[in-house]
Design a protein around this ligand. Structure first.
Ligand code: CMC
Length: 392
C-alpha cells in the first residue's frame, strides 16, 4: 500500500524505532542507552556494557553478578562443537567458521528454538552466545595454529583475560592486564552502532521468527564484507601494501580518488558520520598508549597517521566528508596484541554481539514488529512466451 520508491542503500529509510543507540553523524556523537561512548570506554567494561545494551540500564552489583554468572554457566563448549571446528581447513577464514559454527548450534541446542522464547530461555541463550562466541573465536585460532585447545576459565579470569588465555594460554602464559584493558576498550567501542548492515540483517532474519543462532550467524556473514567489518582486515592489508611499496601513501590517495580504479581508502568514510567518527578518535589514542606500554614500534602506525593527515588536507576527501572510521586504527592494536589479521573481523563480531542481541531483543519484544519485507520497482520483462530449448 502507498507509493513505493527506491531508497538505494536505505539512506533515508528507518526500518524501526529503537532506544538502544543514539548516533549524531554531523556532530560525531555516539551513545549507548544515553551514555557517551567516551565515558563508557574510559570507565566501564565490556560485560557491563553488554548488560547495559541488552537490558537497557547499567547493572547494580547484584545484576552484574547475576549476568556474569549466567555467562559463566555457559563457558563450556560441547565436545561435538569443538570437533566440528577441527574439521575445517586450518587456513579457513575464521568469519566463515564463526558463522557456520553459530548456525550449527541450533542443531546442538534445540531447546532454544521455540518461536516465542520464555524470559528464562531468552536470558539463557543471550548469555550463552556471549560466552560461546568468545570460545569459538579462540578455539578456532588454536585449531588454525595446530595447537591444543585451551578451555575457558571464568572463575579465574575476567572475560577479556579469559579470551587471551584461551588464545595464548598454556605454559606459564599470564594475560597482561594492559592488553586485557585495551581489548575491553575495543570491544566496548564496537558493541553497537544502531541499524548498520549486520544489525539490520540480524533484525531482518529475526523478524521472520527464525531462531537467534540463525539470526546472529547471518549478522556475522553481513559483517564479513570489506565495506563493513571486513574493513579492519582490509586496512592492515592496505597499510602493509603501502609499506611494501616504499611508503608512498600519496600514490594510494591518488588511486582512491581515481574513479576508474575500484580501490578505496579502507577505513575511511562512513554512511552516517560526516564530521568524524568518535570511535576512531578513541582508538587512535588507545593505539598510541598500548604500543607505548608494550614497547612496540609499528611503522604501520606512522603510515596510517601520515595517510590520515594527507587525506584530511585533500579536497577530494574534504568535499566528500571522508574521515577515518572505527576500522582505521583498530587493526594496529589487534596486531600489537598478536591477533592474526584474518581474525580482526572476528574481534569486531565479538564486540558487536551484545548490540545484535540487544537489537534482536528489542525487536521481538516490540508489538510494532512486522516481518521485514521491502518492496521493489520492477524493471524486467512482463510478457514472454515460453520457447522450447532448441528454438532459443
Ligand atoms: N575512498 C575513496 N572514496 C570514497 C571512500 C573511500 N574510502 N568512501 C567513499 N568514497 C567516495 C565515493 O566514491 C563517493 O564519491 P562520488 O560522490 O564521487 O561518487 C562518495 O565518497 C560517497 O561515497 P558512498 O559510497 O556513496 O558512501 P556510502 O555511504 O554508500 O559508503 C562506506 C560508506 C563506509 C561503505 C564507504 O565510505 C567505504 O567504502 N569506505 C571504505 C570501507 C570502510 O572503511 N568501511 C568501514 C565502515 S565503518 C565500520 C563498519 O561499518 O564496519
Amino acid at each position: 500500500t502507498g507509493i513505493v520508491t527506491i531508497d538505494n542503500g536505505f539512506v533515508n529509510t528507518a526500518s524501526c524505532a529503537s532506544a538502544v543507540t543514539f548516533l549524531n553523524g554531523e556532530e560525531g556523537v555516539l551513545k549507548y542507552r544515553g551514555y557517551k561512548i567516551e565515558e563508557l570506554a574510559e570507565k566501564s567494561n565490556f560485560i557491563e556494557v553488554a548488560y547495559l545494551l541488552v537490558y537497557g540500564e547499567l547493572p547494580d552489583r547484584d545484576q552484574l553478578t547475576w549476568f556474569q554468572e549466567k555467562i559463566n554457566s555457559f563457558s563450556e563448549t560441547k565436545a561435538e562443537v569443538k570437533n566440528l571446528m577441527k574439521q575445517f581447513p586450518k587456513d579457513a577464514h575464521p568469519m566463515g567458521v564463526l558463522s557456520s559454527v553459530l548456525s550449527s548450534m541450533s542443531a546442538f541446542y534445540p531447546e532454544y528454538l521455540d518461536q516465542d522464547l520464555s524470559k528464562d530461555k531468552k536470558d539463557a541463550i543471550m548469555a550463552q552466545l556471549i560466552a560461546q562466541v568468545k570460545n569459538i573465536a579462540a578455539y578456532f585460532y588454536r585449531v588454525s595454529q595446530g595447537q591444543d585447545l585451551v578451555d575457558s576459565k571464568p572463575n579465574q579470569f575476567d572475560y577479556c583475560s579469559d579470551f587471551l588465555n584461551m588464545m595464548y594460554g598454556g605454559g606459564d602464559y599470564k594475560p597482561d592486564p594492559e592488553v586485557a584493558k585495551a581489548l575491553n576498550v575495543l570491544l566496548i567501542l564496537h558493541a553497537d552502532h544502531e541499524q548498520n548492515c549486520s544489525t539490520s540483517t540480524v533484525r531482518l532474519v529475526g523478524s521472520s521468527k527464525a531462531n537467534l543462532y540463525a539470526s546472529i550467524a547471518s549478522g556475522v556473514s553481513a559483517l564479513w564484507g570489506p565495506l563493513h567489518g571486513g574493513a579492519n582486515q582490509a586496512v592492515i592489508e592496505m597499510l602493509m601494501q603501502i609499506q611494501d611499496d616504499g611508503g608512498d601513501y600519496k600514490k594510494f590517495l591518488d588511486k582512491a580518488k581515481d574513479k576508474n580504479d575500484p580501490f578505496r581508502l579502507m577505513g575511511f568514510g562512513h554512511r552516517v558520520y560526516k564530521n568524524f567518527d568518535p570511535r576512531a578518535r578513541i582508538i587512535k589514542k588507545a593505539c598510541d598508549t598500548i604500543l607505548e606500554k608494550l614497547s612496540i614500534k609499528d611503522p604501520l602506525l606512522d603510515i596510517a597517521k601520515g595517510l590520515e593527515e594527507e587525506a584530511l588536507k585533500d579536497s577530494y576527501f574534504v568535499e566528500r566528508k571522508l574521515y577515518p572510521n572505527v576500522d582505521f586504527y583498530s587493526g594496529i592494536i589487534y596486531k600489537a596484541l598478536n591477533i592474526p589479521t584474518n581474525m580482526f573481523t572476528v574481534m569486531f563480531a565479538l564486540g558487536r554481539l551484545p548490540g545484535w542481541i540487544a537489537q534482536w531483543k528489542e525487536m521481538i519484544e516490540s508489538s510494532a514488529t512486522k516481518i521485514g519485507r521491502p518492496r521493489q520497482i520492477f524493471v524486467g520483462e512482463t510478457d514472454m512466451a515460453y520457447k522450447p530449448i532448441d528454438q532459443r
